[in-house]
Design a protein around this ligand. Structure first.
Ligand SMILES: Nc1ncnc2c1ncn2[C@@H]1O[C@H](COP(=O)(O)OP(=O)(O)OP(=O)(O)O)[C@@H](O)[C@H]1O
Ligand SMILES: [Mg+2]
Length: 303
């Protein structure tokens, strides 16, 4: 979810975690931006599921990701005219291939490159090259940045650099958007530009890995704290499964809670109320549903 939220921010799709979980509960709300982020999240989950199932990344899978990210923007570009401009100066910074045939050829070539791991080049470097190639081809009218960022995770997952798709690379890219754009531009001009772009992406991986590890550690720490708190204030409720259920997502609902703990809805309700009383959860009514937020997790991401 974090990767999806940050990935959407480069396109100025700003949202809050609060809106995200409301949208996740209601499915059809006024939170248009939350919807976009949830599409990004769905695309990461679906992309990695598909990588796992197939053991490769195909152009068709990339089309599929684009459909999820931008369901209303068509598929591969069919009419010429798309150029990349600097949004401030209006200077043309990149002219991607214009004809559909050319785009398909470049994509087929990229597909070959992605799936040929025998060149001895480290997959982190290859990820940077793949991202660069993909953005240069710019196959769609819109959503190329977001699809390119999902592709990063899919590739790291394919090459087993990531066991689970958690690496919030988009955050780094967005925080350094100006330099990222500048280096994409320079990559089109010179080999030195390409080298600088690869180094930028490697730095993104380094910084983000540390941040992600820290984040996971802070989640583990709050799990311990919550466990201690429950043991102290509501010892009868405590079980390892309860903690897992509380940390499965940022929010929970009676239905999910009952299912994961294998208890009746009534029992689940008693649990939820007790957990709210001792400050572990905070309930909120959304439409006809009540969701329970894990207050600690929200604090971690919305500080
Ligand atoms: N000079 C350039 N050459 C090639 N690609 C570029 C250049 N400058 C920017 N880009 C890429 O174009 C992306 C934006 O394209 P597009 O609007 O199709 O994608 P998006 O997903 O809608 O946007 P965003 O990346 O802002 O979320 C940027 O994220 C970047 O990856
Ligand atoms: Mg766009």
């Amino acid at each position: 979810m974090i990767e999806a939220k940050e990935s959407s921010e480069i396109e100025n799709i700003l949202t809050t975690f609060d809106e995200l979980y409301k949208e996740l509960t209601l499915k059809d709300t006024k939170f248009i931006n939350a919807k976009e982020v949830l599409n990004s999240r769905k695309s990461i989950i679906e992309g990695c599921r598909s990588v796992k199932e197939n053991g490769f990344i195909s152009v068709n899978m990339i089309y599929g990701i684009h459909q999820i990210v931008e369901p209303e923007k068509g598929s591969i570009r069919k009419t010429a005219g798309t150029v990349k401009m600097n949004s401030r100066t209006r200077e043309v910074v990149h002219i991607p291939p214009q004809s559909e045939n050319e785009i398909r050829e470049y994509l087929a070539n990229l597909e070959k490159y992605i799936n040929n791991h025998q060149d001895g080049i480290d997959s982190l470097i290859r990820m940077a090259i793949i991202h660069l190639q993909f953005e240069m081809i710019h196959p769609f009218y819109d959503g190329n940045g977001r699809v390119g960022r999902v592709l990063n995770l899919m590739y790291l997952y394919l090459t087993k650099k990531l066991e689970v798709p958690v690496l919030y690379l988009s955050r780094y890219i967005i925080r350094h958007k100006d330099i990222y754009f500048q280096l994409l531009k320079e990559s089109g001009d010179s080999t030195e530009g390409i080298r600088k772009f690869i180094l930028f992406m490697l730095e993104a991986v380094t910084v983000t890995s540390v941040e992600t590890l820290n984040f996971i550690e802070s989640i583990l720490k709050s799990q311990d704290e919550i466990a201690a708190m429950i043991k102290l204030k509501a010892p009868k409720l405590y079980s390892k499964e309860l903690i897992d259920a509380l940390f499965y997502e940022f929010t929970t609902k009676n239905e999910h809670f009952a299912k994961s703990l294998e208890v009746s809805r009534n029992t689940a309700m008693t649990y939820l109320k007790t957990l709210e009383r001792i400050g572990v959860l905070r309930s909120e009514k959304i439409g006809k549903e009540v969701i329970y937020k894990n207050t600690r997790l929200f604090d971690l991401v919305e500080k």
